[in-house]
Write a protein that binds this ligand. Structure first.
Ligand SMILES: C[S@@+](CC[C@H](N)C(=O)[O-])C[C@H]1O[C@@H](n2cnc3c(N)ncnc32)[C@H](O)[C@@H]1O
Length: 579
């Protein structure tokens, strides 16, 4: 049944194989979101200035029961093990990837963001997600195919990244700001998707209008569809006349920063900070990088006797385009084809892992040698621990400390998968307490601190496990909206405390490496400078012996700049303890 009802869809030519559904059967599926009816829940505000009134923990409950479903077949009652697909009728009138995208966007904005991203296909473990989509929209969509899944990834990532820009256009096209502010969350997500598809993906505009109108009508109500129709049609006409209502770069510094923040879709505080530290031109380049599609690197796991040459031949067999990293012997770069790599089981088999070269270069700064004892102070989920362990070739020990038990469990499981568990001891502890209580001294200590992540706004790779290990990539496009200026002060205090604690674990003559995935000088050079004032027993060991010259700063630190090196931003200082 599913196949016969599923549609052929391509983003550039939209065709329906089942246009013959009657009007009645269409209205049959129309659902009302509780947001449409509950005027007390008015959630959407523009990013950064105001938060949605739904708290991240507010359970999402969007739909009235379908009149054809009884309380007995509620997905919640049935539990996760029973397929949710029998609950509602399949609705084949809406494009499934748009329906799923809209629901994922809701979850990301209102919480539970990533639980449903942990599946490869929107089926299997994705029963969760499809059940959730169904409960939210009130109808079933067919399971996602690979092509749909790629579209969902593109649409969700792009719509989040461009949220401020998209919202600016939507507000400008609404009758007034109140209309925008009073909009139901699901309606807003559908509009964002439509605007993104028209303005940023340059998809055939009238097909996009049609599809999103249909989704709004079916998922919400006919009036919502009319609103989508009005706004998107106005947008199409403005775009065709090259007169999109975008802000101009004029006025004082604040006004210009606000305009840039909208044009490049970043929070205003970030734009102002980058202009202050790097100048406007560099800030614009940085934001362009953040908005670009992330590329990925793979590290061949030599601990399993799987060399980069082996990896290259597997990628050739799989026809995945790649190039060798010029900086690191075990690394290969991919621009596309990650899905193929995942499906081929290379990650699941522990033959390689996803790791940005910027993280690999931090390990180069540590320079692990056989027989050494190394403490990785903030180790989980373990990207650097694993790479350091593989460098020990079975001789030596890495103690992996982390405060987060779940992430540490991932590290342990991945270490087994990668065949390096014999040289890793994992320790669940707060580093600050551990260092006070354990007078251990190590040859080398890596402190990869929690940080703003301002170097990885184009992506963050997370390694996650479920049952047997699966490795998934999550493009954390939403990170920019979740960071606040106030976080920076808290983070800097934590970084100071962790540095003090980590320094206690270094033996005389030993090495302390402080690293971040941030490009912010206050988290990088400034933290090191104030640490050295507090700890005159440490001095800087310039990193020019460990990384290529292009990555060495004037002060002898390692720094990867997304704009200059086309890698994620990261920083490392190598400090030697004299006594
Ligand atoms: C940037 S992440 C580390 C990434 C890791 N080094 C890697 O390469 O996969 C920072 C880690 O610090 C941990 N952390 C935060 N506060 C901590 C503390 N007080 N003690 C130990 N670990 C802490 C977090 O749980 C998080 O896993």
């Amino acid at each position: 049944m599913e196949n016969s009802l599923s549609r052929v869809y391509s983003p550039f030519s939209i065709t329906h194989s089942n246009q013959s559904l009657s009007k009645n059967s269409h209205t049959h599926f129309i659902k009302h979101s509780v947001f449409a009816e509950n005027s007390s829940i008015r959630a959407i505000k523009t990013p950064e200035t105001e938060k949605p009134s739904l708290s991240p923990t507010t359970p999402l409950k969007f739909v009235k029961r379908n009149r054809h479903s009884s309380s007995q077949d509620s997905p919640q009652r049935r539990g996760p093990s029973r397929p949710s697909v029998k609950t509602h009728k399949l609705n084949s009138e809406v494009s499934p990837h748009r329906a799923v995208s809209a629901v994922r966007l809701m979850r990301i904005e209102f919480g539970g963001a990533f639980a449903d991203l942990l599946n490869e296909k929107g089926k299997g473990s994705g029963d969760n997600e499809m059940g959730y989509v169904e409960r939210t929209l009130g109808f079933r969509t067919r399971d996602l195919e690979d092509r749909d899944l790629r579209l969902v990834t593109d649409i969700v990532g792009g719509t989040i990244r461009w949220r401020r820009y998209l919202d600016h256009l939507i507000v400008s096209l609404c009758h007034d700001e109140r209309t925008f502010r009073g909009m139901e969350p699901l309606l807003l997500q559908i509009l964002r998707i439509g605007v993104y598809e028209i303005v940023k993906l340059d998809m055939p505009p009238y097909a996009v209008v049609d599809e999103n109108v249909r989704l709004a009508k079916v998922a919400l109500r006919p009036g919502a569809g009319n609103m989508v129709n009005g706004i998107l049609r106005k947008l199409v006409s403005l775009k065709e006349n090259n007169s999109l209502p975008l802000p101009k770069l004029e006025g004082d510094d604040r006004a210009q920063a606000r305009a840039l923040a909208t044009l490049y879709s970043h929070p205003v505080w970030m734009v102002r900070r980058w202009i202050k530290f790097h100048g406007q031109e560099e800030a614009e380049k940085l934001m362009t990088w953040n908005n670009s599609d992330p590329s990925f690197s793979l590290r061949a796991n030599t601990s399993k006797d799987f060399t980069r040459a082996d990896l290259v031949s597997r990628l050739n067999m799989l026809k995945v385009p790649h190039e060798l990293s010029p900086h690191l012997d075990d690394f290969v770069r991919l621009t596309t084809g990650m899905q193929i790599v995942i499906q081929a089981g290379l990650l699941r088999g522990g033959l390689c892992s996803v790791q940005d070269e910027s993280a690999g270069l931090v390990v180069s700064v540590v320079d692990p040698q056989q027989g050494e004892t190394i403490i990785d102070c903030c180790a989980a989920p373990g990207g650097k621990t694993l790479f350091m362990a593989s460098r020990l070739s079975g001789q030596g020990m890495v103690s992996a400390i982390d405060i987060n038990e779940g992430r540490l469990r991932i590290l342990k499981e991945t270490a087994k998968l990668h065949g390096v568990h014999d040289v890793i001891t994992s320790i669940h502890a707060d580093l600050r307490i551990f260092a006070e209580d354990n007078p251990v001294k190590s040859d080398k200590v890596l402190l990869d601190v929690p940080c703003s992540g301002l170097g990885v706004l184009s992506k963050i790779c997370k390694i996650l496990t479920r049952l047997l290990l699966f490795i998934h990539l999550l493009k954390r496009a939403d990170l920019r909206w979740n960071r606040r200026l106030e976080d920076m002060e808290e983070l800097k205090n934590l970084q100071n405390e962790l540095l003090d604690a980590a320094s206690m674990l270094v033996k005389p003559g030993g090495v302390l490496v402080y690293s971040t995935c941030s490009i912010d000088p206050e988290e990088n050079e400034e933290r090191v400078a104030v640490f050295l004032q507090r700890h005159p027993e440490f001095c800087v060991d310039p990193v020019d012996r460990y990384v290529p010259p292009a990555f060495v700063t004037n002060s002898g630190f390692y720094f990867s700049n997304p704009v200059k090196h086309s890698l994620d931003g990261s920083f490392a200082a190598r400090l030697i303890r004299s006594l």
